[in-house]
Write a new protein. Structure first.
Length: 181
C-alpha cells in the first residue's frame, strides 16, 4: 500500500498476504482524490472511511491533513493492519472501529462528517442499500461529500444529492454532494 500525497506521501507499507480486501488502485485513488480536492477542503475535515480495508483511503486523508478520520472495518486482519500502520506513523487523529457498517451507521448518530467514503466488496449482499443508508442517515454534514466505489454495473444516479459518476479503468465512483443549508 502506498500513500500518494501529503505529509506521508510516498510511504509504502507491506499488506499482509492473507488480507481479503480489494484495495482501490493507486491510479483510481489518485484520480478520485483530485476530484475530492476540487469539491471540498480535506484539510481540517472530519472524515469517515466505511469498509476501510487496508486503510489506503484513511491514510491518504490523514496525510492530507484531515482533522480526524474514523475507519470502520469488520475483518480482523485488515483492522489490525490499519492499527499497525497508524502506530508506525504515530497518528493521533484516527479512530479505528472494528465492526459492521450496517450497525455502525445508525449507532454513530448524532456524529456527522464532512466526507464519507465507502468501498464495500462489490459482491456484498445488501450493497445496493449502502448509498441510501448513508444519504438518509444524516451523517453527512451540509456542504459535505459522500463517495461510494462500485463496479460499472451499478447506477446510483437517481438517488438524492447525486453529483457525478467517475470511472478509472474498472473502478467506478458515484459522488454525492450535500448542499449547504
Amino acid at each position: 500500500m502506498r500513500i500518494i500525497r501529503g505529509k506521508f506521501g510516498r510511504r509504502r507499507f507491506d499488506v499482509p498476504t492473507n488480507i481479503t480486501a480489494r484495495p482501490t488502485t493507486d491510479f483510481a485513488r489518485e484520480n478520485i482524490f483530485n476530484v475530492i480536492e476540487n469539491l471540498i477542503d480535506i484539510e481540517g475535515a472530519v472524515c469517515l472511511d466505511l469498509f476501510a480495508g487496508t486503510g489506503a483511503v484513511t491514510f491518504e486523508l490523514i496525510s492530507r491533513e484531515a482533522a480526524s478520520v474514523t475507519a470502520v472495518e469488520k475483518a480482523a486482519t485488515q483492522f489490525r493492519f490499519i492499527e499497525k500502520v497508524a502506530k508506525m506513523l504515530e497518528v493521533t487523529n484516527l479512530r479505528v472501529v472494528r465492526g459492521d457498517v450496517f450497525r455502525y451507521i445508525p449507532s454513530c448518530q448524532p456524529a456527522s462528517f464532512d466526507f464519507v467514503f465507502a468501498d464495500p466488496p462489490y459482491d456484498m449482499p445488501r450493497f445496493e442499500e449502502i448509498p441510501s443508508m448513508v444519504i438518509n442517515s444524516g451523517i453527512v454534514r451540509p456542504g459535505g461529500l459522500f463517495i461510494i466505489e462500485h463496479s460499472r454495473t451499478r447506477d446510483f444516479s437517481s438517488l438524492p444529492h447525486f453529483h457525478s459518476h467517475r470511472a478509472y479503468g474498472s473502478v467506478n465512483f458515484s459522488i454525492f454532494l450535500f448542499p449547504n443549508q
